[in-house]
Design a protein around this ligand. Structure first.
Ligand SMILES: [Zn+2]
Length: 626
């Protein structure tokens, strides 16, 4: 399928070690460059998907015309295994073609969200997809009315049908949450409507919102943008950091009511679907698809609460090194080792990433090289381009694409390694699995990406002699744990709490959101930081909240990859091949099982505790070295 793997662009994801705020300035007024100003080799080549717009239009027509063909199987699926197989193959083929149309349209739009033609194409394919889902909505409920024994016999007697074995098992598991065909059809029709809150949030935060001009390090007034906000948090100048924070959050404060209404709409949609499908709660509904027990979620929050001391100690260490009595949250990204601010141009980044991936073997390296040098990547920030970074692809395509907003920082280099991890995971899955299992879970996806980050860090530590840079790298790792483990669990707890409030019928207003967020933020940092009041608005900035109960996966993943990269770097060749087998397996099994086969059991707290313990040790080591 076509899941997008986004990088975290979040509060406290403090590994961005650059500080130049004028890096991508196109002119003296501080405006961002236009797309046409970027050299072609640093833009992605969407022609690898379609030769051009006419080809996209022709394919759109062809798919649109084919959708009604799926009606011919309705009411007949229990007749024979052959009919089931034919229907599923036809459905998957069309789904795959729609994915490709969809991804192409959205990649184009993301490169310039202001372009109305791109927007209209993206809307058309989204509507076509809804029509497709309406059309195929009879399939699952019909399959579920076939008795288990009959289906087993069909699988036995129909060559090729056994490919769908895991899929049927999963359907059986969902039986009690799937409604009758008419109700399913009705639910499918709500899809477009239910996406509106997310669209409102996106249009507000990406397209409509204009941030004020703030002073950069050279005292020049520049227009604040999400990309620049992150850069400015790394400034050595406390006034630049405060200015960026106040400019960013002050703007969100002005829009807090419309933003809260969108958030409330999202919560109501979640509750609607959870109740419509007979789930105990929205959390149960969300974790169900990956077959993850809610205990995993609750235990994760508990494990982190039991290990808050190292986090506060780390903040104390920062306070000491910076020589300040009061440390604000917006002061926690600035490198505490000055050499950490060195720039990493893109050329150097892709070279180092490539070197770092050697432990994963020749086949993996070959794909990495193709990706880094074959225009799969849209590198630089331009006006109107979507912020953040992601890897996004589709089954029936030569390769996925990577969107970056590369700014010559070491953090950007790590982001590149991260997204490349997703991209190669997809390549290996698509090569080894049928379409039906090409959509692997985020629960394994973020292991594939953070594994590459772990290998890059290790490579840099091994090839760097300068004690200051080594210290900076340790600090970077520690920051990464703060951003990926502590902060994501903080977010996860916020999501759980706010969903519970909404489910209990408590009205969700800007005030509810602000209060809930602030209370949880305080419980994590205690008195170790000054938590400025405007931070209560953080919920309004985080697009990830529009995919409920998903950010916790970053915390479980970094724990799993920290644990597994330890084995791989020890030279354990079995660990490498087990790991690559997991990448090749895609979604052909449940994620907890896939990870178990790769060597880590996430139903136990071991990997999380291992990682937090390592964090505590690194903080102690840095403390001694500083
Ligand atoms: Zn990712």
């Amino acid at each position: 399928m076509k899941r997008k793997y986004e990088i975290l662009m979040l509060l406290l994801f403090a590994v961005l070690l650059g500080f130049s705020c004028s890096q991508t300035d196109g002119d003296s007024s501080g405006a961002l460059p236009e797309r046409k100003d970027i050299a072609e080799e640093y833009t992605w080549n969407l022609n690898d998907l379609y030769s051009g717009l006419e080809a996209w239009e022709a394919e759109f027509q062809s798919v649109e015309n084919s959708i009604p063909e799926l009606k011919t199987y309705q009411g007949k699926l229990d007749h024979s295994g052959d009919i089931i197989l034919e229907c599923l193959k036809k459905r998957d083929e069309l789904a795959s073609r729609i994915d490709k149309l969809y991804v192409y349209a959205h990649l184009a739009m993301d490169s310039d969200t202001r372009n109305p033609e791109f927007q209209s194409r993206a809307n058309r394919i989204a509507s076509l997809e809804v029509r497709f889902h309406e059309m195929v909505s009879y399939i699952v409920p019909e399959l579920q009315t076939i008795a288990g024994k009959t289906l087993e016999r069909y699988i036995e007697n129909t060559p090729g049908l056994d490919m769908y074995g895991h899929y049927f098992h999963d359907l059986n598991r969902s039986r009690s949450h799937i409604l009758n065909p008419d109700q399913e059809r009705l639910l499918a029709m709500t899809g477009d409507m239910a996406r509106t809150p997310g669209r409102v949030h996106e249009m507000l935060t990406v397209t409509d919102i204009r941030f004020p001009k703030v002073k950069n390090e050279e005292g020049k007034w520049v227009e604040l943008s999400p990309g620049r906000y992150y850069q400015m948090l790394y400034s050595e100048d406390p006034d630049v950091r405060r200015g960026a924070f106040e400019g960013m959050y002050g703007t969100y404060e002005k829009f807090q009511n419309v933003n809260a209404a969108a958030f409330d709409g999202m919560l109501k949609a979640d509750i609607f679907y959870a109740r419509a499908r007979n789930f105990e709660s929205t959390l149960h509904a969300s974790l169900f698809s990956d077959n993850i027990p809610t205990d995993v979620y609750d235990n994760l929050i508990e494990s982190v609460h039991n290990n808050l001391e190292p986090l506060r100690k780390y903040m104390e260490l920062r306070k000491q090194v910076l020589g300040v009595d009061n440390l604000h949250l917006y002061d926690t990204s600035v490198p505490i080792v000055p050499e950490a601010g060195e720039k990493v141009p893109y050329e150097e980044a892709r070279q180092k990433v490539l070197e770092a991936l050697h432990p994963l073997g020749e086949d993996y390296l070959k794909l990495a090289k193709e990706g880094l040098y074959g225009r799969w990547i849209d590198v630089y920030e331009t006006r109107g381009k979507t912020n953040g970074a992601y890897s996004w692809g589709t089954y029936d395509a030569p390769h996925p694409y990577i969107l970056m907003n590369y700014n010559d920082t070491r953090d950007n280099m790590f982001t590149l390694a991260h997204e490349l991890g997703h991209t190669i995971h997809s390549m290996l899955t698509n090569k080894n699995q049928p379409y039906i299992y090409s959509d692997y879970s985020l629960f394994v996806a973020e292991v594939a990406s953070t594994m590459n980050e772990a290998l890059l860090l290790d490579h840099l530590l091994k090839t760097t002699e300068d004690p200051n840079i080594r210290l900076a790298l340790m600090d970077q790792w520690a920051d990464n744990i703060v951003g990926t483990l502590y902060t994501q669990v903080l977010f996860a707890e916020f999501e759980k709490t706010i969903h519970e409030k909404a489910e209990a019928g408590i009205p969700i207003t800007a005030e509810t959101l602000n209060e809930t967020y602030m209370a949880i933020l305080k419980s994590y940092y205690g008195d170790s930081l000054v938590l400025d009041d405007l931070y209560k608005l953080t919920w309004g900035r985080i697009g990830h909240f529009y995919r409920s109960f998903y950010v916790y996966v970053y915390a479980t993943s970094i724990s799993a990859s920290t644990y597994l990269s330890g084995k791989i770097l020890d030279g354990n060749s079995q660990a490498v091949s087990d790991y690559l087998d997991m990448l090749k397996a895609g979604g052909s099994d449940y994620p907890i099982n896939l990870l178990k086969n790769a060597g880590v059991d996430m139903s136990k707290p071991d990997a999380v505790n291992y990682t937090l313990q390592k964090f505590g040790e690194i903080v102690d080591e840095m403390s001694r070295a500083l």
